[in-house]
Structure formats: C-alpha cells, structure tokens
Design a protein around this ligand. Structure first.
Ligand code: FES
Length: 224
C-alpha cells in the first residue's frame, strides 16, 4: 500500500494516495449545539482525486472541470504554535489560530469554547470545553492540560466531505488522523490531527478552508 498523502496539483485537484476512506458527514443542529451525522460512503481506492475548484459535476471527485481555476496556495506555512493566541483557563488552556471553517462546534448549550475554558475548574464545563475544541474539524482550537499535554481524539486517517444543510451549503473536506498534505511546490504542511481543506475554490487561505463556502453559497450537487 502506498503512503497516505494528499498532494495538491497546481490549479487542480487534491490527489489522495494510500487507500484513505472517504465519507459524507452532515453538520446537524442539536439543541443549541451541533453533531456530525453520517451521510453516504464514497468509493475510495489506492489513488483518487478530489475537486478543489468547486466546479466538478461529480463531487467530491475531480472531473477535469478546473479549467482556468486559480488555486494559488496562500496560507501561512508557519506551524500552528507560531500562529496562535492563548486562552488561559483554570484547569486547561486553549490555543486558537483563527483558521475557522464556520462549522460552529465551538458553540455549545453551556457556552462558547473560550468561555468554557475559563470556567474549566468545574469538571462538567471542562468536559464541555474539551468537546467544543476537539470537535472543531478545522483544528482551529487545541486544548492542553496544565502540564502542557495536548488533549486530542485518536483519529484514524480518513476524509470527511462536510455538508451544512442548516446554512444550505456544502462544506470543506475534513482531514483527520495526521495525513500529510503536500503543496503543489512540494512543501509538506504541518501534519495535524484535524484540518479542513477548501473544496469550493473561494478560500483566501488555500489550501485551507476559511469559511467562504457559506458566502459563496457553494453546493456540490449532493445536497439540495
Ligand atoms: S479540481 Fe478538478 S473539477 Fe474541481
């Protein structure tokens, strides 16, 4: 089996190697928070290409429609810890790189991730703060205990094609489980447990999602 990687082609798709499973996940409101519900499973395989421009008629795969797509990768190549602000709490701390995919998991019934971290001397609110951070598919928020140990779920490598019916749009690709993402010029972005990659073509922070799929009203043809 080949190494698991996502390689970006200049002004073209993501080339996914290494038999990485891929499925659809639906951002679903529950109470004042959100959960991810399962959607359809997609065909994976040793190598496949995923649309990055938003024009494919065969989403989530590339169908060659990228034509004159400008896919320039503009995201900072600094590491997460070099780009973050610190939110200090009672029992846990949180780092925030502001790389937001507008998935809204940081807002829960009990408060926002930032509010909950500050009140993390309450065990229930600490649990909520951890969920609010680790459920962020973009990896914008990462929590640490006071010894500096990262608190992260143990994800296997997989790709989730996000849909956001509440906003009436399709979302980014959620990349889980430390899959290397390689730029079109061969740079390996920092390997992380959670990142979201743009697939609408509109992000100003390519290859990462910056939430512009909502403003762009992006629909991949798989949601109404
Ligand atoms: S990147 Fe090829 S169709 Fe979108």
């Amino acid at each position: 089996m080949s190494e698991k990687t996502i390689k970006i082609l200049k002004n073209g798709p993501y080339i996914v190697s290494g038999d990485i499973p891929i499925s659809e996940r639906i951002i679903t409101p529950v109470g004042k928070g959100y959960v991810l519900k399962d959607g359809q499973k997609f065909k994976a395989g040793a190598v496949y290409s995923l649309c990055r421009c938003g024009n494919s008629k065969n989403a989530p795969y590339c169908d060659g429609s990228h034509g004159d797509f400008d896919g320039e990768e503009t995201a900072s190549r600094e590491k997460f810890k070099e780009r973050v602000d610190l939110c200090e709490g009672q029992e846990i701390d949180m780092l925030d790189d502001h790389r937001c995919a507008l998935a809204r998991f940081c807002h829960r019934d009990t408060g926002s991730a930032w509010e909950l971290v500050k009140k993390s001397d309450d065990p229930e609110l600490k649990e909520e703060a951890i969920k609010a951070a680790v459920e962020c598919p973009a990896g914008r928020l990462v929590v640490f205990d006071k010894q500096g140990n990262e608190i992260e779920p143990d994800y296997s490598p997989e790709i989730e094609v996000l849909q956001d019916p509440e906003k009436g749009v399709s979302g980014p690709l959620a990349i889980k489980g430390n899959i290397p993402v390689v730029s079109s010029d061969g740079h390996v972005y920092e390997i992380r447990n959670r990142v979201t990659l743009c697939r609408c073509g509109s992000s100003k922070n390519k290859p990462f999602c910056d939430g512009r799929h909502i403003r762009a009203k992006f629909k991949d043809g798989l949601i109404d």
